[in-house]
Write a protein that binds this ligand. Structure first.
Ligand SMILES: Cc1cc2nc3c(=O)[nH]c(=O)nc-3n(C[C@H](O)[C@H](O)[C@H](O)COP(=O)(O)OP(=O)(O)OC[C@H]3O[C@@H](n4cnc5c(N)ncnc54)[C@H](O)[C@@H]3O)c2cc1C
Length: 383
């Protein structure tokens, strides 16, 4: 395994970290408090080509691959950007754009990807429904063919970027009466198509700058040319093909956030004096810092390995589900120790450590819960 990336990709990673420290970190607390996705910030990111880091160069992207994009998001987290903005950015690239690029026709890719690579259009992916979460194959949002259009009806839940998206990849049940993953079809739906809207933005405990919402489709008219991939294969091909990417790249910004958080802890422990000496001199505090650093190193190696496997076309569902099953817990332990190092100040919003405690809970839920990922991993281990 070789975790080195091309020089020009490394330059992008470095520029992302600098941008994060200079432009994103100063806004982090405010965006969390206001529960706001900053469009001016997104526009700046767009001008630098950041929304297109993963996309192919022929569509205006930087083609960083899984490893390079994971490292870029890690760099953004390490720079101190708020984790919500990073989640929205990652979802745009990984679960929206990448699905279009992998499954879209050349005409679809040309129509959507260049505008998404500059951030002019924001993307989302809508699989989950109010009654179809872990059991994603039980989706009921219907797609009925009428003439040269499909008519979509149903509600999607917990959609990252739902309240702000211009384009959404929607997974529907296109064969009435079908069960499970069979008879499902993916569509690219954009703002020009009537009959869909964001009915509400969810008020979350963490990742508050990432708008998560409910999307309603009411007789939404989607032209047949907007079927993504094969009819009847929406879950089996489009939705499932991206899980390794999602479980790797989206975790990159959490990893970077852990590195930022550790940096805060080390600085604070050296400055905070109790009993006449810095708390960093107490072995109990030193051990916490060592445990945090060890978790970070372990997560980094796991994520880089699976990103490398993706880039080298090596199947890695066992690896990604094993990693996903445990890193949510490691992140929460890290966030907990960070607050403990800060003592009472750790609970206060003037320090960023409390925010991570709220933000990282998602890592055990989104993109497949810890429990579901353990089930997937168990199938490999016990077959
Ligand atoms: C902030 C956020 C952003 C999200 N973004 C998106 C998005 O962009 N697009 C999208 O489509 N979805 C998105 N989701 C949805 C996410 O993928 C689901 O929340 C997740 O799959 C879990 O589904 P659920 O919340 O309905 O929980 P449920 O499936 O109802 O699970 C509840 C509990 O039961 C457990 N459970 C369920 N089934 C089993 C089983 N078979 N064995 C053992 N335990 C089980 C779960 O592990 C969990 O602990 C997002 C969610 C959040 C919170």
């Amino acid at each position: 395994m070789d975790f080195r990336i091309a020089e020009e990709h490394l330059a992008v990673v470095e520029s992302v970290e600098k941008f994060s420290r200079n432009e994103m970190l100063p806004l982090a607390r405010e965006l969390d408090e206001k529960s706001e996705f900053s469009m001016p910030l997104w526009k700046k990111m767009g001008a630098l080509g950041y929304p297109g880091l993963l996309a192919g160069q022929k569509y205006g992207g930087s083609e960083l691959g899984a490893l390079g994009t994971t490292m870029a998001l890690e760099a953004a987290g390490r720079g101190g950007a708020d984790q919500g903005t990073l989640l929205s950015w990652a979802a745009h690239m990984v679960i929206s754009m990448l699905n279009v690029e992998h499954w879209g026709s050349e005409a679809q890719n040309q129509k959507y990807l260049p505008k998404m690579a500059t951030g002019e259009w924001i993307g989302a992916m809508a699989l989950t429904e109010p009654n179809a979460g872990s059991d994603a194959s039980s989706v009921t949002t219907s797609a009925t063919l009428r003439g040269d259009k499909y008519i979509l009806n149903g509600t999607k839940m917990f959609i990252t970027n739902g309240p702000i998206c211009d384009v959404v990849v929607v997974i529907t049940r296109s064969e009435a009466g079908s069960k499970g993953a069979n008879g499902t079809t993916a569509f690219i739906v954009d703002k020009s198509m009537p009959g869909w809207f964001s009915s509400r933005k969810l008020d979350k405990m963490g990742l508050r700058a990432s708008p998560t919402g409910e999307l309603v489709f009411e007789n939404c008219e989607v032209p047949v040319e907007n079927v993504l991939g094969q009819v009847g294969m929406g879950i089996k091909s489009v939705a499932f093909s991206g899980v390794n990417w999602e479980r790797t790249i989206l975790a990159g910004h959490f990893l970077g956030g852990m590195e930022f958080n550790l940096e805060q802890c080390i600085r604070y422990a050296k400055e905070r004096v109790q009993f006449g000496r810095p708390i960093a001199s107490f072995q109990a505090i030193q051990h916490k810092i060592v445990d945090m650093a060890a978790d970070i190193e372990a997560i980094k190696v796991l994520l880089y390995r699976q990103a490398w496997m993706i880039d080298n076309n090596i199947p890695c569902i066992k690896e990604t589900s094993l990693t996903k099953a445990i890193i949510g817990g490691m992140m929460l332990r890290n966030a907990d120790e960070a607050i403990q190092i800060f003592g009472g100040y750790g609970l206060c919003k003037e320090y960023p450590v409390e925010r991570f405690y709220r933000d990282w809970k998602l890592a055990s839920i989104g993109g497949g819960t810890n429990e579901v990922n353990r089930d997937i991993a168990a199938r490999f281990l016990l077959k």
